[in-house]
Design a binder for this molecule. Structure first.
Ligand code: NAD
Length: 490
């Protein structure tokens, strides 16, 4: 989609979105509204699942597991590929749906999410035949081999910011490894998941993939604590992750946790400023800054601090904020008014703590038809010593904090001081220096002279408060299996 194309018509779905249980569409007694963040308008109604629905979905997944686990790897390979094909053939309607759902600008989400989700299914289709055990040399008196076993019913809990991609990251490896799944989408972005599973569920035996929509504290909690669930695969906030781990601790349910982040971009004195400027803008303002990998902390060597701060400020001020459905929009509304207000309040706190406002920091005046939207200007805070809360808290919005540093020891210590450890980056013309710094940064990922590069095969995931487990890579398959060993005395 290019900026010269016309905006698509606003979507309104007339029939409520159903639950998907055991291969059937199930109506719920109650629904809750899906609200378009660009306008505040209700555009769909979503089934509000109950604990009874969770019971039925888990039972359907348990029943389906008995046959799905026996399917050959080539069957799974073909079906995962077919999911990607179906999604790609259906690509046309997704950009408008995704932009309406969470407010991400249509020129981004439409271009990225569908091909990425399809590629995730193709990736796991490609590697599924590599799911095998090994023999273990234990001497002449024994024959020992291992097999990877599927774990059973996986509870897949996903957030609202890139729903299609998050669901694909969970479904594809879980199904490839022979598990069945109950998905609980975010209450803020349920429609895309329901529509996606509706599109592809007929490829699978009934009950292999199920969706229960509803609220986290209610059906989400009922799902992760259900005795029939063998694995929790969660992507979302760190606090929610902690709560879930507490809830599943008595049953010792293995869990994959993809949690929050506070990404730092470390800019060395020999970095190329043109490249850095573009990367900074993408790193913090793409997807409204509502990305776990967002680079919300720009840490610039003191030699470049003033110049880079000025460049970034000028560019942030020039960003077009608007209706997510408008192809000219560069930064859409935040997902809810409540989230926008939280972001705004955090900015105010940082200012009261001594940060200096360089750009944004305000709700823009919008035309009447967008007055109900959750808009917030791209914001740049200067905090050279990194002493305010803006240097350690995840905003999950379009807010960049710019800091200055003098020595590698200092910057490494300051980056690592935060609780999170998801993604950091280093910009330098000197690869030796870049590798040295990359080695010292405590995060699951470090990018050098780039940001957001996540080709499939490259494991994604964090350390510390950003969670554990890896998605999008070969080792992800093993997250959804347990190893069984068979030892024969000869
Ligand atoms: P959230 O934690 O509020 O919700 C995530 C999901 O958990 C939703 O489906 C919600 O309904 C459900 N949930 C809430 N309480 C629950 C409970 N007690 N039991 C079971 N399920 C429950 O997160 P969000 O606001 O949807 O997403 C934003 C957060 O997600 C940010 O912190 C972001 O960094 C993180 N995130 C991380 C990654 C990653 O790969 N590390 C990717 C995307 C988003």
């Amino acid at each position: 989609m290019t900026a010269t194309q016309a905006a698509p018509e606003r979507l309104t779905l007339s029939a409520p979105q159903p639950l998907l249980i055991g291969g059937r569409e199930v109506e719920a007694d109650r629904t809750f509204p899906a609200v378009d963040p660009s306008t505040g308008r209700v555009w769909a109604q979503v089934a509000e699942g109950t604990t009874g629905d969770v019971d039925r979905a888990v039972a359907a997944a348990q029943a389906a597991f008995e046959t799905w686990r026996q399917t050959s790897l080539d069957t799974r390979q073909a079906l995962l590929w077919a999911v990607a094909d179906r999604l790609t053939q259906d690509a046309g309607r997704w950009p408008a749906l995704l932009a309406t759902e969470n407010g991400r600008a249509i020129r981004e989400g439409g271009l990225i999410d569908v091909p990425t989700a399809a590629e995730i299914f193709r990736f796991f289709s490609g590697i599924v035949r590599d799911l095998h055990g090994r023999t273990v040399p234990c001497g002449p008196g024994a024959h020992v081999f291992t097999t990877p076993r599927p774990v059973g019913v996986v509870a897949a809990i996903v957030p609202w910011n890139s729903p299609l991609i998050s669901v694909a990251h969970k479904l594809a490896p879980a199904l490839a490894a022979g598990n069945t799944v109950v998905v609980k989408p975010s209450e803020l972005a349920s429609v895309s998941t329901v529509e996606f599973i509706r599109l592809v569920q007929g490829l699978f035996p009934p009950g292999v993939v199920n969706v229960v929509t509803g609220f986290g504290h209610d059906v989400g909690r009922a799902l992760v604590t259900h005795p029939g669930v063998a694995k929790v695969s969660f992507t979302g906030g760190t606090e929610t992750g902690r709560r879930i781990l507490g809830d599943v601790s008595d049953r010792l349910v293995p869990s994959l946790m993809e949690l929050g982040g506070k990404g730092a971009m470390v800019v060395c004195p020999d970095a190329d400023l043109d490249t850095v400027t573009e990367d900074v803008l993408t790193g913090i303002f793409a997807a409204n800054g509502e990305v776990c990998f967002a680079s919300s902390r720009l840490m610039v060597h003191r030699d470049l601090y003033d110049e880079l701060l000025e460049r970034v400020t000028v560019r942030a001020d020039a960003i077009t904020v608007g209706d997510a459905l408008d192809p000219a929009t560069q930064l859409g509304p935040l997902v809810t008014a409540r989230h926008r207000d939280t972001v705004a309040a955090r900015v105010e706190t940082a200012l009261s703590e001594g940060a200096e406002l360089r750009a944004g920091g305000r709700v823009p005046l919008m035309p009447d038809e967008l007055a109900g939207g959750n808009y917030y200007r791209p914001t740049v805070l200067a905090s050279p010593e990194g002493t305010t809360s803006a240097s350690c808290e995840e905003f999950f919005g379009p807010v960049l904090t710019v800091e200055a540093w003098s020595s590698e020891d200092e910057v490494a210590e300051r980056v690592n001081r935060v609780a999170f450890g998801l993604a950091n980056g280093v910009w330098s013309a000197d690869l030796g220096r870049a590798y040295r710094l990359a080695d010292r940064l405590d995060s699951g990922m470090v990018w050098i002279n780039t940001w957001f590069a996540t080709p499939l095969g490259q494991p994604q995931g964090g350390v510390k408060a950003s969670g554990f487990g890896r998605e999008g890579a070969t080792e992800t398959l093993l997250e959804y299996t347990s190893t069984k060993v068979v030892h024969t005395s000869l």
